[in-house]
Ligand binder design. Structure first.
Ligand SMILES: Cc1cc2nc3c(=O)[nH]c(=O)nc-3n(C[C@H](O)[C@H](O)[C@H](O)COP(=O)(O)OP(=O)(O)OC[C@H]3O[C@@H](n4cnc5c(N)ncnc54)[C@H](O)[C@@H]3O)c2cc1C
Length: 473
């Protein structure tokens, strides 16, 4: 067992682990990145990148169909082989050479193997051939191991070899019939992608669609899915699943049997902490790791947990934001420097609590940041809600014929600042950053009035929302 010492040891080279290590090295520390699968993590190979690549071609065709003149020019179905090939190119055919090269060029040591904490500031990395390396951290160990799909305990489901997000994003063929269990972001996006690719899709979603976002988001996305030919069984739950000669048979709580070629379990995520040696430092294997705002695990001065594994916001961009804060905090602590750890300081992830932006790449798209109306009221705010029909915005009407969509801003009336915004419609993703900036900046409503949207763009919805707010609508 060879020994090596680094300032920082990061477990997991997903987007988040990569960024923590990079930040540490940029701050003058040495860093080792331990990875058991592919450098780049879930996001690069089985999540963000392949899922958006699968969705983009269908979206482009549908957008063209919404503009007279363009619609007539686009007459065929999407080319499935070309879509899958484009997806393969975004995952680099599931090879991580370019990301390993990036890490090495950045001065980070990549250690292949399964990492386990073996005591305070100590990690053991077990290589695929079983060889063990013992690593010691002078400053910090950072857990960035991410999550894996949680398959629900439904009779017969596991034995039926269900797809998880990995198979759904990585498949080299398109099933004729796909049943999707779940109603969250992954379920909605993969139902959209496979409907575009030609599958007959059925969604079985006990709690409806996109719970946690404004209710109108799930309603409009549901209408969009039905428009793509997706069958929605909302309020239904699978009770028994079996793989037979006919395919996968899913019995539901409503007494209906859905038959499909594949079943996708899109029912949430579990932390990958069952086998990372948490017990060696008194933590519970398999648990989410609770952290303070500098991303340090509660009760430890050397252990950090960053990204999905701390359960704050299971999104790549938010994890990378945490990584920048954590990496810089480790560097500052190593130097004995004072931390900027007050709200919105450089060493804390304040936005996790106030302004997490998220896009659902469904059709219509959903883009949301901050609090929903109900979350603002639950937080004790005097929340005022302003809604606007996006179809009534000149720029939107030009963007697509019969543009349908809705926007909502949630205002904290005591401070007269926006605390949340949700947009549903074509191409609303690009509206989101203005909302995020307004929420993070706590820009007074009166000042936002002077942020004039260009004419004629979909962004004019901002003017309409502010007019409606002023008029008391
Ligand atoms: C289908 C799907 C689509 C998504 N789309 C988006 C999107 O569009 N935008 C967005 O922001 N987010 C999206 N997400 C969420 C996003 O993928 C995650 O938030 C992100 O990957 C989290 O990054 P991470 O680095 O924390 O973890 P991961 O990306 O999961 O990386 C963790 C890494 O740790 C490694 N690892 C685990 N255990 C060990 C160990 N013991 N030793 C060594 N290495 C280990 C893993 O192999 C992996 O490489 C999507 C998720 C899914 C499932």
């Amino acid at each position: 067992m060879a020994d090596a010492e680094y300032d920082v040891i990061v477990l997991g080279a997903g987007p988040v682990g990569e960024n923590v290590a990079d930040r540490a090295v940029q701050g003058g520390l040495s860093a080792a990145l331990v990875e058991s699968e592919l450098v780049g993590g879930e996001c690069s190979y089985w999540a963000c990148m392949p899922s958006k690549a699968l969705l983009r071609s269908g979206q482009a065709v549908r957008e063209a169909h919404r503009v007279a003149g363009a619609a007539e020019a686009v007459t065929g179905r999407i080319d499935v082989e070309a879509v899958l090939a484009r997806r393969n190119s975004f995952t680099h055919d599931w090879k991580d050479d370019s990301q390993v090269a990036w890490a090495e060029h950045a001065g980070i040591t990549v250690v292949r193997g399964h990492g386990r904490i073996s005591g305070p500031k100590r990690v053991t990395a077990t290589a695929p051939d079983g060889a063990e390396r013992s690593l010691t951290a002078r400053q910090a160990v950072v857990v960035a191991v991410g999550t894996e799909a949680a398959v629900p305990d439904v009779d017969g489901l596991r034995a039926s070899r269900p797809w998880t997000s990995r198979e759904a994003t990585g498949s080299q063929s398109v099933p004729g019939r796909l049943a999707v269990i779940g109603g969250g972001v992954v379920a909605v996006e993969m139902a959209t992608a496979y409907a575009d690719l030609g599958s007959k899709v059925t969604v079985i979603a006990r709690s409806g669609l996109l719970r946690g976002l404004e209710p109108f988001a799930g309603e409009l996305v549901g209408e969009g899915l039905r428009g793509l030919g997706v069958e929605l069984m909302l309020g239904a739950a699978p009770t028994r699943v079996a793989r037979t000669g006919a395919g996968v048979e899913i019995q539901t709580s409503e007494g209906i049997t859905v038959v499909a070629d594949e079943v996708l379990a899109a029912t949430g995520r579990s932390p990958r902490t069952a086998d990372i040696g948490l017990d060696s430092v008194g933590l519970v294997p398999g648990s989410w790791l609770t952290v303070d705002d500098t991303l340090r695990v509660e009760g430890f001065d050397w252990l950090y947990a960053v990204g999905d594994v701390n359960h704050r916001a299971l999104l790549t961009h938010q994890g990378k934001y945490q990584a920048r804060a954590a990496g810089d905090a480790i560097v500052a602590r190593a130097a004995g420097a004072a931390l900027a750890d007050g709200a919105w300081g450089a060493h804390v992830a304040t936005a996790d609590h106030a302004a997490v932006p998220q896009v659902v790449f469904s059709d219509p798209e959903v883009a949301a940041v901050g609090l929903t109306e109900s979350a603002a009221r639950d937080a004790g705010m005097t929340a005022r809600v302003v809604d606007y029909d996006l179809g009534g915005v000149a720029g939107a009407a030009l963007f697509a014929d019969g543009y349908a969509g809705r926007a909502r801003m949630v205002v904290d009336e005591d401070r007269r600042v926006i605390v949340g915004a949700t947009f549903v419609g074509s191409a609303v993703a690009e509206l989101l950053h203005a909302a995020t900036t307004a929420v993070v900046g706590e820009v007074p409503i009166e000042r936002l009035w002077h942020a004039v949207p260009a004419y004629p763009t979909v962004s004019e919805v901002w003017l309409r929302l502010l007019e409606a707010y002023r008029s008391g609508a």
